[in-house]
Write a protein that binds this ligand. Structure first.
Ligand code: S3P
Length: 437
């Protein structure tokens, strides 16, 4: 798809449901007893992969495109699938489901697309094995396909070297089935949707911030109970409009009912530190998850430093923030973000390459990048590497660059935001202007 300069973005957007919360609602609903009703479920390819995995294990999941009904069969109600479970492009599906499968009394093989088969799984294989799981990388390279022979598990106290909600959640889910308490300490607090939602389903789980990191601790569960879930809009999807609204002159965008859980909302802090005009309006809370409307207006931006504890709270937004930094005066430094190398693509490498192709002054570092902003970007042909967040980032960058920007593989936005181009086009067409398709 091709994009060109627009002279303003105006209007309202209700971004689709949060991807992390949507995944968890299906997984926890499947292993809970009774019905779980999920409203504003994200109908993106990743969350549909999660639904299909649990259907293959005998769970009745009704998806009418609006609400989703999960008829859970309890902690011990999953059946051995008669096929390989396909997690598609989804790291969350692969890692979280592995925690659950480690405790089942059957064996199963999990796989996914070419990207998933390159992503590191040792980070869950190691702790789950310490709990007693028999889990192996079929090709011996620490990646999927994974073969898991479930069985009895022990509780462990695990110190994770990375601040990763996927690692933390995988271990906590296995911990529901263990013979004693399980705790995970991570260097910085990562998104806490698992902790909040498991509590909502009746699990005994607590979290605390300690001097040596953030700790979550779960006790073995006898049963979880189906619950009602209202999924807020995904702040990681809203991020593209937040940044576009700040970057494109003459813009004013209202983003309705976006999740603003503090473990996800680092982008709001960073935008403000860069001089961005963002108001948080009409706050509310559903099942412990805070949400609000976000009003964003074009702003004159300056560089900042992004590092340390804030990184896990905006990890998926860093590609968009890096592109925005090209339009900010002065230097922006991103540090402590080596995790970007092991996302759906190597996001450090891809961002630096694509931004440089558009004329940006950007240098890759070991764990981040340095962007010297304030010089105009020009259109270019950029490869999304089939990474949804990269595709959306360069669609937005293309709206602020001189000339035409072509994003290769742009259809991959299906993973997290199937209606993205339609929503962007609507905001761009307030004066009858549009980007090129
Ligand atoms: C997710 C956690 C993050 C994030 C991913 C979704 C989750 O990954 O990048 O898009 O739902 O738990 P890590 O926890 O591995 O950093």
């Amino acid at each position: 798809m091709k994009f060109r300069n627009v002279s303003g973005l105006r209007g309202e957007v209700a971004v689709p449901g949060d991807k992390s919360i949507s995944h968890r609602s299906i997984m926890f609903g499947s292993i809970a007893r009774g019905i779980t009703e999920v409203r504003h479920f994200l109908q993106g390819a990743d969350c549909l992969s999660t639904i299909s995995c649990f259907r293959n294990m005998g769970i009745d999941i009704e998806n009418n495109g609006g609400a989703v009904l999960v008829r859970g069969k309890g902690l011990r109600g999953l059946q051995q699938p008669d096929c390989v479970l396909d997690c598609g492009n989804s790291g969350t599906t692969t890692r979280l489901i592995s925690g659950i499968l480690s405790a089942q009394d059957f064996s199963v093989t999990l796989t996914g697309d070419a990207s998933i088969q390159k992503r590191p799984m040792k980070r869950i294989i190691e702790p789950l094995s310490l709990m007693g799981a028999r889990i192996e990388s079929v090709n011996g390279n620490g990646c999927a396909p994974l073969r898991i022979q479930g069985g009895p598990l022990h509780g462990i106290s695990y110190r994770s070297p990375v601040a990763s909600a996927q690692v933390k959640s995988s271990i906590l889910l296995a911990g529901l089935y263990a013979d004693g308490e399980t705790s995970v300490t991570e260097p910085y607090l990562s998104r806490n949707h698992t902790e909040l939602m498991l509590r909502h389903f009746g699990a005994d789980i607590r979290s605390e911030e300690r001097s040596d990191g953030a700790c979550a601790c779960v006790r073995p569960a006898r049963e979880l109970y189906g619950a009602s879930i209202d999924v807020p809009g995904d702040i990681s999807s809203a991020a593209f409009f937040l940044c576009a609204g700040l970057m494109v002159p003459n813009s004013e965008i209202l983003l309705k009912h976006v999740g603003v859980n503090p473990t996800r909302a680092g982008i709001l802090q960073v935008c403000r530190a860069m001089g961005g005009d963002i108001s948080v309006l009409d706050p509310s809370e559903d099942s412990g998850e805070p949400a609000a409307d976000l009003l964003v207006r074009s702003s004159s931006l300056h560089g900042t430093v992004i590092e340390g504890a804030i990184i896990p709270t905006l990890i998926d937004e860093l590609p968009m923030i890096a592109a925005m930094a090209c339009f900010a005066e002065g230097e922006t430094i991103i540090r402590d973000a080596a995790e970007l190398k092991v996302k759906e693509s190597n996001r450090l490498e891809v961002m630096v390459k694509n931004l440089a192709a558009m004329g940006a002054d950007v240098t890759e570092t070991e764990d981040g990048m340095i962007i010297r902003g304030g010089r105009p970007l020009h259109g270019a042909v950029v490869d999304s590497r089939l990474d949804h967040r990269i595709a959306m980032t360069f669609a937005v960058a293309g709206l602020c660059a001189e000339g035409e920007t072509e994003v290769l593989g742009s259809e991959c936005v299906d993973i997290s935001y199937p209606e993205f181009y339609r929503d962007l086009e609507r905001l761009a067409s307030w004066r009858g202007l549009s980007f090129v398709q």
